[in-house]
Design a protein around this ligand. Structure first.
Ligand SMILES: Nc1ncnc2c1ncn2[C@@H]1O[C@H](COP(=O)(O)OP(=O)(O)OP(=O)(O)O)[C@@H](O)[C@H]1O
Ligand SMILES: [Mg+2]
Length: 408
């Protein structure tokens, strides 16, 4: 605390009265010295003599109130004036209390004690405030960390989901490949077994036809029913040859299917592949508007016979889809590291309920004898064999776009 009085003896008397209180006492012998001391140190309370030469106590208080650093320091005036007069002047100057001289030592000590307690209470409060602010900051840091951790776990979660989806897709592909592989072994055996009998049935059919022809030449004048029987026999022979042809076609497909792992790779031009495939299916494209759009840079490193097969399958499917009239657009162009071949048709499109099944071996919606259901499973395996992919999309305006992508 600070005690201010211009009379040395008063200061000593005051100090003596205050002895034993829990604080250090600073003395000031003038108003100026008091203001300087208040600027240097934050006092719990100032005992200020109201009546001093040069600058009296009220002026000191006024100055102290003008400075933000000293504004809140409690001041007790020590005055010979009456309480009323003090109240009129002292409170205006910002005093918080007064003591009239000569003062009662008990009252002096108890008043000062109250201010000391108030001061230490304030200090505790300020300390607590500082601690609170500090804890608040720590809490904020923790909350920030928690937010970051939550965001991180959200990110990890999303990554996990993506990985899981990829895993599922890979698994589906593996199952599909495994199905194809075991089927490949099976059909290779069947194709081999069927080929021999097929060869002799086919050659015997020729022999039977020419034998019957010779026989008919001899009897057709003698037997009036001979012509009718001959025609019927010829019809049956044609149907049998047709059947044999279909079986041969199926066996051929099965063999391609099982031999997909064989054959050389080489560089070919897609435009040439398309030409040869379109020549083969030429008889089926009458009445269909076939457009071919192949970009200039069309060389691809592939298994040419397999790629031809794949193209053939996609194109014959498009031909089947448009059913004699409509439009088929074949596009081929490099896209970055890939070569993209697409065949689109304006047929009825692939119904969503069978979309996932069309590459299954033997899945067909075509009538018996028309489709084997092997075309797309072969094409799918060929795409895989090249490290590429096969996809089917809806064509805007109806129809299908089949897209085969292979790395260049
Ligand atoms: N462009 C297309 N438009 C509509 N449906 C299609 C198309 N391509 C394929 N499909 C459907 O997918 C099925 C399977 O086709 P996939 O080529 O494997 O066998 P397929 O054509 O029936 O017989 P094949 O073995 O003679 O090719 C078809 O039966 C058909 O239902
Ligand atoms: Mg087909």
């Amino acid at each position: 605390m600070l005690i201010v009085d211009d009379v040395e003896a008063n200061l000593s008397a005051l100090e003596a009265l205050l002895q034993g209180l829990d604080c250090t006492v600073t003395r000031a012998a003038s108003g100026n010295a008091a203001l300087m001391a208040m600027l240097r140190k934050k006092f719990a309370v100032v005992l200020l003599d109201a009546n001093m030469p040069e600058m009296n106590g009220f002026e000191v208080a006024q100055h102290a109130r003008m400075n933000p650093d000293t504004r809140d320091v409690p001041i007790i005036f020590l005055t010979a004036h009456s309480a009323e007069e003090f109240a009129l002047r002292g409170y205006d100057s910002g005093a918080v209390d007064f003591l009239s001289k000569p003062f009662n030592p008990h009252i002096l000590r108890s008043k000062v004690s109250i201010f000391l307690e108030l001061h230490s209470g304030r200090r505790l409060l300020a300390d607590a405030n500082v601690k609170l602010a500090d804890q608040n900051r720590q809490l904020q840091v923790l909350a920030e960390k928690e937010r970051a951790a939550a965001a991180e776990s959200q990110r990890a979660n999303t990554a996990l989901k993506v990985a899981y989806q990829e895993l599922q897709a890979t698994q589906a592909q593996l199952v599909q490949s495994a199905k194809m592989a075991s089927l490949g072994t099976l059909v290779a055996g069947i194709a081999h077994e069927v080929n021999n009998p097929l060869a002799f049935i086919s050659s015997h059919l020729g022999t039977i036809r020419s034998s019957l022809h010779g026989f008919f030449e001899r009897v057709h004048d003698v037997d009036p029913e001979a012509k009718e029987r001959w025609d019927r026999a010829l019809l049956r022979l044609d149907q049998a040859s047709d059947g044999v042809e279909r079986i041969r076609d199926l066996v051929l497909k099965l063999q391609t299917f099982s031999r997909i792992d064989q054959g050389e790779r080489k560089k070919v031009r897609i435009s040439e592949c398309l030409d040869s495939v379109l020549t083969i299916v030429n008889h089926r494209t009458k009445g269909i508007d076939v457009q071919v759009d192949v970009a200039a840079d069309d060389e691809v490193d592939c298994h040419p016979s397999l790629l031809n097969q794949a193209l053939m399958n996609l194109i014959t499917n498009a031909i089947d889809a448009v059913d004699g009239q409509g439009q088929i657009v074949i596009r081929a162009a490099a896209q970055g590291e890939q070569y993209v071949l697409s065949v689109s048709d304006d047929g009825p499109g692939i119904p969503p309920e069978i979309h996932d099944r069309i590459v299954e071996p033997f899945f067909t919606t075509k009538p018996v004898g028309k489709g084997t259901g092997l075309g797309l499973s072969i094409t799918f395996t060929i795409a895989e064999k090249h490290g590429g992919s096969l996809a089917f999309d809806k064509r805007p305006g109806g129809g299908t776009i089949a897209t085969l992508r292979i790395p260049r």
